[in-house]
Design a protein around this ligand. Structure first.
Ligand SMILES: Nc1ncnc2c1ncn2[C@@H]1O[C@H](COP(=O)(O)OP(=O)(O)OP(=O)(O)O)[C@@H](O)[C@H]1O
Ligand SMILES: [Mg+2]
Length: 264
């Protein structure tokens, strides 16, 4: 069985896309699963976060998108120091893609997946850039589902609304299988603003908003700075974050069948 491909997105910067991508990857691995993280942000935060330094000999997502090549993904996948987590890395060169005017540009990432056996993974997670450009479109065409990651702030919530409009457009054509899996509230504090925005999101989107919220805790940044999985990080309130990502993983239902099969 091929794993679901999920795009973690929000055009708003700093909403917690990368933190959620890596947190979920860490949770899958902690459960004995395997996950492929596809970094499609020129900032390369997911790449660096897993301890990979993008060097010239690596095949990056920019390479996958600079020419049309069926199955090219296979050559781009590398292991990371994070046990259970493989990566398609990204670096600053992805920035050039937005100015590429080729007609087939936004289909190339999807083509790179064609025919590649990913059945070893429980999930494929795309860490998307903070924009609604061609790179994001490429991910939405290659993905089965979207996880909209938002801070409970007005700009980030607006970003979710814009993302949903974009998603609906892509679903009409060219990717009818695309669904909105969940809206995940990240970086949650108990402030008046956050409580009000959470209520607004739950009113507007009901059960699509994940019950689990990711609390804003310094351990998240500390683990990222040390290039560690949150499940391997000791200190601060890392355990509260581990529990949140585990619960979110349960809600997304990504690992249940395979990890049970493996007896983990
Ligand atoms: N739950 C959290 N608690 C504390 N800090 C967090 C949390 N989630 C994210 N952060 C921090 O907030 C900043 C932005 O988070 P992150 O990089 O995940 O957002 P992003 O949406 O990927 O940003 P960009 O749009 O730039 O790609 C980072 O410094 C990250 O460490
Ligand atoms: Mg990011």
């Amino acid at each position: 069985m091929q794993p679901r491909r999920l795009a973690l997105a929000n055009q708003k910067g700093g909403a917690g896309k990368t933190a959620t991508t890596l947190g979920l990857a860490s949770a899958i691995a902690a459960r004995g699963g395997d996950v492929l993280v596809v970094d499609i942000d020129q900032q390369g935060n997911a790449t660096k976060g897993t301890g990979i330094v993008a060097t010239e000999d690596l095949v990056t997502t920019a390479d996958l998108m600079s020419r049309a090549e069926t199955g090219a993904l296979e050559r781009a996948i590398i292991p990371t120091p994070w046990d259970g987590v493989d990566l398609v890395p990204s670096d600053i060169s992805l920035g050039n893609i937005e100015s590429d005017g080729s007609n087939d540009l936004v289909f190339r990432l999807d083509m790179a997946f064609e025919g590649v056996d990913l059945s070893a993974y429980d999930a494929v997670l795309f860490d998307c850039p903070p924009s609604l450009g061609k790179v994001l479109f490429s991910a939405l065409i290659a993905a089965d589902g979207v996880i909209a990651v938002t801070e409970p702030t007005i700009d980030s919530v607006e970003g979710v609304q814009n993302l949903i409009t974009t998603l609906e457009g892509v679903r009409r054509r060219p990717n009818p299988r695309l669904v909105l899996d969940k809206i995940v509230i990240g970086r949650r504090r108990n402030t008046g603003e956050h409580i009000a925005r959470e209520a607004e999101l739950r009113n507007a989107y009901g059960d699509t908003v994940a019950r689990t919220m990711i609390p804003e805790l310094a351990a998240r940044q500390d683990a990222h700075s040390e290039r560690k999985k949150i499940h391997d990080f000791r200190g601060g309130r890392a355990v509260a974050l581990q529990v949140a990502y585990d619960d979110l993983l349960d809600e997304l239902n990504l690992t249940s069948s395979r990890v049970q099969e493996k007896g983990a």
